[in-house]
Design a protein. Structure first.
Length: 698
């Protein structure tokens, strides 16, 4: 039994991150589950098809578990340890068992059906109707209608899938940590920026090379995202690029960390689960909670492929021509590890842009100031530091408060920006700490305020410099901040559909990708690009070159994303686990359609494809392209209003805030988009921003 002092069980507004240890997890979750079991029994015994007697107590049960487990899951992602892994592995089956019991509750299901069938249905708000429909659909997809034998089998599948997803993610982290390349000869580092060499030397010091320096080494190269990208883009040593690339695309594909059998088992279980529910494949299950249909998703992928293929082929020819002009021996035999290197050289030549020379203008503090100023102009909110009012899990984490024009708090968010390969998973994401809800407020006058985590993995600061960012890292911050805005600025008081809850999955990227577009607007760039030492604003001509370079190799970049979307749909709609064709053979076939240079025969990217095997994007990765079409159309409304007209921007920003950001899952995304834009979305703006519109027109 957990003690009253267990920090996970205390009443808190902000989680006590400084006090939570791995040994708290099991007793806290066990104690919490006992309480919630009793709450569920009481709810089922006293249930009535009314909001106060059904939805309010149900929301309280769901929230207690999601908040506490969310904290544990968050720490697993940003502060991994063997002890925390063991605790999660031990208690996770209990947590999954309770969630299934809750989702499969027949009294709750029948009560929701009674609400939908009642004469009062027409009087419910849109948001409440969405809650009812959402819970009914969720119950069916979690097996509420199955007989006892099939339901037991379904539950066994769910338990195993949870374990496999956790193990999949752990294997990637361990495989990434395992790779180290020690360089002692400075010639082998030629081309690598000083920022990368400084991080490689600091890594070497941590590995026991106490006298390592950025100038003289030794240097330790890892597969951590900022370093991996830098090596592929800048290292003149081709064999180093090849070694690092091969290590990266074969992570977690061999030995005790091999994710291949885990993938096979996940796909087998998902197919069994789908058939238990009466579907032909797992994609059909997934698309029950999407805007699109499988056919419409595939149609979008095909259209975008047709729009980008010839452009990508030309991209490759341009690279070969440029490499030949530079006298490169590999010009006629470019391989995957050459593409980023020569692309960067061509981009520098074509646009007179050097990513490393731009870094000093994109320091994290200046970028955040510019981002906050932009959101002030667009959405009339203020963001200010709130450090000190709540504990954090790492010294580099900051807490911020979001207030409205009257100064009243609206929400809070934590920001964890830097890469920590020893304990933090790769990528960038936004997670919910707590969501807005009237029912869960401790104050009957106001709803509970939302709190979010924003996590990135960008280049860390060095001893004498702040974090100096690439454009890609700036984009990542804007992207995740867009997710956070939808969570934090929601005005939806029904907690089960506030923020991004209840929104069809292929619409959840609209706000995030909308924010990315601002990274390529003149006023935004000049607002964030200020030299970290002198304060000098980025020269206007350089700003315009950055904007022009936005479409550089856009066709190639889009095809890369279409590979991921294509293999995801194929594996979840057509692939037969255990059949004659391997997952890698299918990936190779799709790769031939999306990569003018064939994939490596031993490419095992699937073994680190967390999005679809350890996250929520299974049969849903196409959502990035689907939502990007909508987000580009939404951004074009601001262009039409006039990007240099502050009054028009404020008016359009207010409209965007009151629809896309405010309504949450309380209305369907189609209705919300139509309310904002006034017409159905078209792909024209998306193709125009990527420089691909002439291609599709032809």
């Amino acid at each position: 039994m957990a003690s009253p002092q267990n920090p996970l069980l205390q009443d808190f507004i902000f989680p006590p991150y400084d006090a939570i240890e791995a040994h708290h997890v099991c007793p806290a979750i066990q104690s919490l589950l006992m309480t919630l079991e009793n709450d569920l029994v009481e709810l089922e015994n006293t249930i009535a098809p009314t909001w106060p007697c059904l939805v309010v107590p149900l929301e309280k049960i769901m929230d207690k578990l999601s908040v506490v487990w969310g904290i544990v899951n968050h720490l697993s992602s940003v502060k991994d340890s063997p002890e925390l892994r063991a605790a999660i592995e031990e208690i996770q089956p209990n947590k999954v068992e309770f969630e299934l019991k809750l989702r499969q509750s027949k009294p709750i299901y029948k009560a929701f059906k009674a609400i939908r069938d009642s004469s009062n249905w027409g009087n419910l708000s849109d948001a409440r109707k969405r809650v009812v429909d959402l819970k009914l659909k969720e119950a069916v997809l979690y097996g509420v209608s199955l007989d006892d034998t099939k339901r037991d089998h379904f539950n066994e599948i769910e338990q195993e899938l949870e374990k496999l997803a956790q193990k999949f993610e752990e294997n990637i982290l361990d495989a990434t940590k395992k790779f180290e390349k020690v360089i002692t000869d400075k010639k082998d580092t030629e081309g690598l920026p000083l920022t990368t060499l400084a991080i490689a030397a600091e890594t070497a010091v941590l590995k026991g090379y106490e006298k390592a320096t950025a100038d003289d080494g030794p240097w330790v190269i890892t597969l951590d995202s900022p370093m991996y990208r830098s090596v592929l883009q800048h290292a003149r040593n081709r064999s180093l690029r090849e070694e690092v690339y091969r290590a990266y695309v074969t992570r977690a594909s061999g030995g005790p960390l091999n994710n291949t059998p885990i993938i096979e088992r996940i796909l087998e279980l998902r197919l069994k689960k789908a058939k238990l529910l009466g579907y032909s494949n797992y994609a059909e299950v997934s698309f029950e909670t999407k805007m699109a249909t499988i056919d419409r998703a595939k149609d979008l992928i095909d259209k975008l492929h047709n729009a980008s293929w010839s452009s990508a082929v030309q991209d490759l020819e341009d690279l070969r021509d440029f490499a030949r002009a530079q006298g490169a021996e590999e010009a006629n035999d470019l391989n995957q590890w050459d593409i980023n290197f020569w692309s960067e050289r061509l981009r520098e030549s074509k646009y007179d842009l050097n990513e490393e020379e731009l870094r000093p203008y994109f320091s994290l503090p200046k970028v955040m100031d510019g981002l906050f100023n932009l959101t002030k102009k667009l959405f009339d909110i203020d963001i200010e530091p709130a450090d000190g009012i709540a504990p954090v899990w790492n010294k580099d984490v900051d807490l911020y408060k979001v207030t409205d024009s009257s100064g009243s708090p609206m929400s809070y968010f934590y920001f964890d920006p830097y890469s920590r390969p020893s304990e933090k998973r790769s990528g960038a994401w936004m997670d919910v700490v707590v969501g807005r809800s009237r029912a869960l407020s401790s104050d009957i006058t106001y709803p509970r305020l939302p709190i979010a985590h924003i996590v990135c993995n960008q280049t860390p600061p060095t001893k004498d410099k702040p974090s100096l960012m690439t454009i890609r890292e700036v984009e990542a911050v804007f992207h995740e901040f867009g997710h956070a805005l939808q969570h934090m600025l929601t005005k939806q008081d029904e907690g089960l559909v506030s923020g991004s809850k209840g929104i069809e999955w292929d619409a959840v990227e609209i706000a995030s990708q909308f924010m990315e577009n601002w990274c390529y607007q003149r006023d935004t760039i000049l607002g964030i690009a200020k030299h970290y030492e002198t304060g000098e604003v980025l020269p206007e001509e350089t700003c315009l070159r950055i904007i022009s370079a936005r479409t550089f190799r856009a066709g190639s970049q889009l095809l890369r994303q279409l590979r991921y979307a294509g293999i995801d749909l194929e594996l979840h709609s057509s692939y037969v686990p255990g059949g004659s064709e391997s997952i890698y053979h299918i990936d190779q076939k799709i790769g031939k359609k999306t990569h003018p240079i064939p994939l490596l025969p031993d490419d095992r990217f699937l073994c680190s494809f967390s999005h679809i095997f350890a996250d929520k994007y299974a049969a849903g990765y196409y959502s990035y392209q689907w939502a990007e079409v909508l987000s580009a159309d939404a951004f074009s409304a601001f262009e039409e209003a006039g990007l240099d007209n502050d009054q028009s921007l404020r008016e359009m920003g207010y409209k965007f805030r009151e629809t896309i950001l405010a309504l949450g899952g309380g209305k369907s995304p189609n209705e919300v988009f139509l309310e904002f834009r006034g017409h159905d979305p078209t792909p024209d703006a998306f193709l125009r921003y990527n420089g691909l519109l002439p291609t599709i027109a032809a």
